[in-house]
Design a protein. Structure first.
Length: 440
């Protein structure tokens, strides 16, 4: 039963395991948007492998892709040597990019994790510019390795680890609910003007960086979308100063936000694009794509054994094809709007929901403590304990949701992109019941 598996896990696995603590689940099988535990109970999975499973669990096109690789006898692992499976994947990736970026881009296969691709991106821009400082954003998440963790704007995972990368600076992200620099249209301008003054004022402590890394929608930080005007300004100020802009689309990429890539919402392009999660179509894969002008690497500058997982390339290609052929981004955009509208109406009857936000199917509900005093811009203190209680009540009702954000106070909806409106209604109903229950 579930309990037997969980107690074995508790005995044998490390204290650093994370998800099982809040989602005590031993999974027997999974299909579509659902997983079934060892006791036969079904859950709707709105965590979807932390945003990885764009097509849900065990989608037929994913299974076919795996079977195709097995039938073809290509090597399952090929270092970074090329194969027909790999070439077909690269073709598909380039065909998915906006044309002007595709024309100038080169691809590099990384570790297979998002963090490893972030490491590669940082090494790339450091090598190309000769600069050492890196700029990142408060609340951003870029991974768990030393370099990627250095760029991650959350203190908790860092506080017992010394010797993170020096010369890493954090800038304010336009977190509209809490950040005074993020409010309203003019607020975006205030925020970007402030960033510009930090970059230009020698007294600010910022030296010219090797690069700036940003998420278009902060994921782990609490599903916080950056306003389009702010992104445009960020692009302008980095272009004018020749600072490579690294866009980390590990979580937002491949249709999640209602466009193939989230930067397309702002009509901008990165200098370096970091992709993982959904690009592997359920299996481990990560790449960086970058302006060929930055390609000043020596051979072997970023290596690693597992950069040639043919199955992941085949499932990644199948995912990209399915998304394009079935206009998944359009579906995601429409459903995202629908969920936000529904959640906003739930918000009006719930005292503890401070904010509903997101882009596409990357949605956050910020749980607040309405008994406390609001700050100067009217936002209430975060209430992480209540968010976790809501998560627990959802879990009891057969709904898996993630809690994130800097104060662990944001309920995050990250369902598979193929979820239907009817299934979402079911999700919303369970979430509503759980929130009513938790608020009591
Ligand atoms: N960047 C972003 C934006 C992410 O969301 C994540 C993972 N949540 C990472 C990087 C790190 O990816 P990985 O966990 O595969 O190392």
């Amino acid at each position: 039963t579930n309990q037997q598996f969980l107690s074995q896990q508790e005995k044998r696995e490390s204290s650093a395991r994370s998800y099982p603590r809040r989602l005590p689940l031993a999974i027997q099988k999974a299909e579509g948007i659902c997983v079934t535990d060892m006791n036969g109970k079904q859950f709707i999975d709105c965590l979807a492998g932390a945003g990885t499973l764009a097509l849900g669990h065990n989608h037929p096109v994913i299974r076919q892709a795996i079977e195709g690789v097995l039938a073809s006898y290509v090597p399952l692992h090929s270092l970074d040597l090329t194969t027909p499976v790999k070439e077909a994947f690269v073709d598909e990736v380039f065909a998915s990019l906006p044309e002007s970026f595709a024309k100038k881009a080169k691809i590099h296969f990384c570790g297979p994790t998002g963090a490893d691709a972030v490491e590669a991106a940082v090494k790339l821009v450091k090598t190309a510019t000769g600069n050492r400082a890196m700029l990142s954003f408060q609340g951003g998440y870029h991974g768990s390795t030393h370099g990627a963790l250095s760029l991650t704007g959350t203190t908790d995972p860092k506080k017992r680890i010394h010797a993170l990368i020096p010369d890493t600076h954090f800038l304010p992200y336009p977190y509209e609910y809490r950040c005074p620099f993020g409010i309203g249209k003019d607020g975006h301008r205030v925020n970007s003007t402030y960033l510009e003054s930090l970059l230009d004022d020698p007294e600010s402590g910022l030296v010219k960086p090797a690069g700036i890394i940003v998420e278009v929608v902060q994921g782990e930080g609490g599903s916080i979308p950056a306003p389009v005007e702010w992104l445009k300004e960020l692009r302008r100020m980095t272009s004018e100063r020749n600072i490579p802009l690294i866009i980390d689309e590990v979580q937002t990429g491949i249709g999640r936000t209602g466009k193939m890539f989230a930067f397309e919402h702002a009509g901008i392009e990165p200098d370096v694009l970091v992709l993982s999660k959904a690009i592997g179509g359920s299996l481990p894969l990560s790449v960086v794509l970058y302006d060929r002008k930055l390609d000043q690497w020596e051979p072997g500058a970023h290596i690693g054994t597992f950069r040639g997982n043919q199955m992941a390339m085949a499932t990644g290609r199948a995912t990209l094809q399915y998304i394009k052929e079935n206009q998944v981004p359009k579906h995601v955009h429409e459903l995202g709007q629908y969920v936000k509208d529904q959640l906003s109406s739930i918000q009006s009857s719930m005292r503890s929901i401070g904010d509903v936000r997101g882009r596409g199917l990357m949605i956050g509900v910020e749980i607040i403590d309405p008994r406390k005093q609001p700050n100067a811009i009217g936002s209430y203190p975060a209430y992480g304990e209540l968010a976790k209680a809501i998560q627990r009540h959802c879990f009891e009702r057969g709904l898996i949701l993630e809690v994130g954000g800097r104060f662990s106070s944001v309920i995050r909806f990250l369902p598979p992109l193929i979820i239907t409106r009817e299934q979402l209604d079911d999700v919303l109903e369970r979430f509503y019941d759980a929130t009513v229950q938790a608020e009591i």
